[in-house]
Design a protein around this ligand. Structure first.
Ligand SMILES: Cc1ncc(COP(=O)(O)O)c(C=O)c1O
Length: 406
């Protein structure tokens, strides 16, 4: 056990922390952008690359090769278990943006069709929506998630009411984040999906900020599509994400819009192909998949309930402390049920320049890593399961010193 482990005490999280070299140099509170890639995951990928290159490629198809590809395929099974779905529903893709685009591209958009997105979607989704509007004449409806004059999210009531009023059968897809990357608000994805289904509208849930932070059951959510990646809360490698396609979604899922041949490789009449077979083209990066499987299995080994509990208790401690820091306002929803371990704070009379100075000085003077969020002129703090109560206290103390100075 190293000194970091000794300090954090609690067993599964101290082991997790010991697997993160970065944690001994920085107070890393930016897993909402990139989680640090676990050292054990880095090792499993390096080993997979070595095995593939030194033992497998010359004898592809032989027993050793088959074992290797089975190992890679096991990662899909692990991801499926994490998400509560079947392996045949999981397609590997590059990242959440690509997964989301594949789902959007699988709709045969015609001029006059409508796309609904919430007002707190990731920039990449808003960009895709703008492209559809400009290039295909699709009408984009932006559903507000909170009262305009309040700004702060106070729970699902207002949003579900607006969704009920604004979503029509002319909409072909609703895109909704499970957890917003702006201020960590947690949206009512089960109810929204149900409402959309009742209007004949498909739903894509963007799980980039939820998967790995708390248990996610994509089957229970019931959306046709669920996208995400492993490089944030799961602390896996960048460059690999997933799209879950439900049986309902698979019916006419054909993201590349090319006619599928019948027979081998095509979609035989009446039956459904696996999401992977419809999405993954050509030679794949198996080392990345094995890395993705390794980080998923680490999270499963600890247990998502325990991870959530740890994130929750650190976040509650953080928010209680933030309320006592003069000049700082918590912009994220107060209740855990309506939020997550993402907390965004605003400075009193804050400007982008002051927020950026705060982020820069936290790093330079205190080795604390957080991120500026331009959408609400705030500073975003992401507390992960490997963080400690001591780190939260150090952040609060640093904010107490810096907030009046910037
Ligand atoms: C909610 C949400 N959606 C999508 C993305 C884009 O993710 P990726 O970089 O995996 O494409 C992010 C990244 O921050 C995000 O937070």
């Amino acid at each position: 056990m190293d000194s970091e482990q000794g300090r954090s005490g609690d067993c599964p999280f101290s082991q997790l922390r010991a697997d993160i070299p970065l944690a001994s140099q920085y107070i890393y509170l930016n897993s909402c952008t990139f989680g640090p890639v676990l050292r054990s995951v880095q090792r499993s990928m390096a080993d997979a690359l070595r095995v593939e290159n030194e033992e497998i490629i010359a004898i592809r198809g032989k027993e050793a090769g088959e074992r290797f590809y089975e190992r890679a395929e096991k990662a899909r099974q692990s991801a499926a278990e994490l998400l509560g779905v079947a392996a045949a529903d999981v397609a590997w893709v590059y990242n959440t943006t690509t997964a989301t685009r594949l789902a959007i591209m699988s709709v045969d958009w015609q001029a006059g069709d409508k796309l609904a997105v919430t007002d707190v979607e990731h920039l990449s989704t808003h960009r895709a929506a703008r492209g559809l509007a400009q290039g295909r004449g699709v009408e984009v409806t932006v559903i507000p998630t909170a009262e305009p004059h309040e700004g702060t999210y106070r729970g699902p009531g207002y949003f579900l009411n607006r969704l009920d009023k604004m979503l029509t059968p002319a909409h072909r897809l609703l895109v909704i984040s499970h957890v917003s990357n702006i201020d960590g608000r947690r949206l009512p994805v089960v109810e929204a999906t149900r409402l959309a289904r009742s209007r004949g509208v498909k739903t894509l849930v963007d799980g980039a900020q939820s998967v790995g932070m708390f248990g996610v059951d994509a089957k229970e959510i019931g959306a046709e599509f669920f996208s995400g990646s492993v490089h944030k809360w799961l602390m896996g490698p960048p460059g690999i994400g997933f799209l879950v396609v439900s049986d309902e979604g698979k019916r006419d899922y054909n993201p590349f819009q090319l006619p599928l041949p019948t027979g081998a490789g095509g979609r035989p009449d009446g039956s459904q192909m696996a999401a992977g077979a419809l999405s993954e083209l050509g030679t794949q990066n198996y080392a990345l998949r094995i890395g993705a499987g390794a980080c998923v299995e680490t999270a499963q080994g600890i247990g998502l309930e325990k991870i959530e509990e740890q994130c929750r208790s650190l976040t509650e401690r953080l928010r209680a402390g933030l309320h006592c820091v003069p000049g700082i306002r918590v912009a994220s929803p107060e209740l855990w049920e309506h939020s997550s371990s993402v907390t965004t704070v605003q400075l009193q009379d804050g400007t982008p320049g002051r927020c950026l100075e705060l982020v820069g000085r936290l790093l330079a003077e205190y080795q604390i890593v957080v991120k500026y969020r331009p959408e609400i002129c705030g500073v975003r703090i992401g507390v992960a399961a490997f963080n400690t109560a001591e780190e939260v206290e150090q952040l609060l103390s640093a904010l107490g010193h810096l907030a009046p100075q910037v």
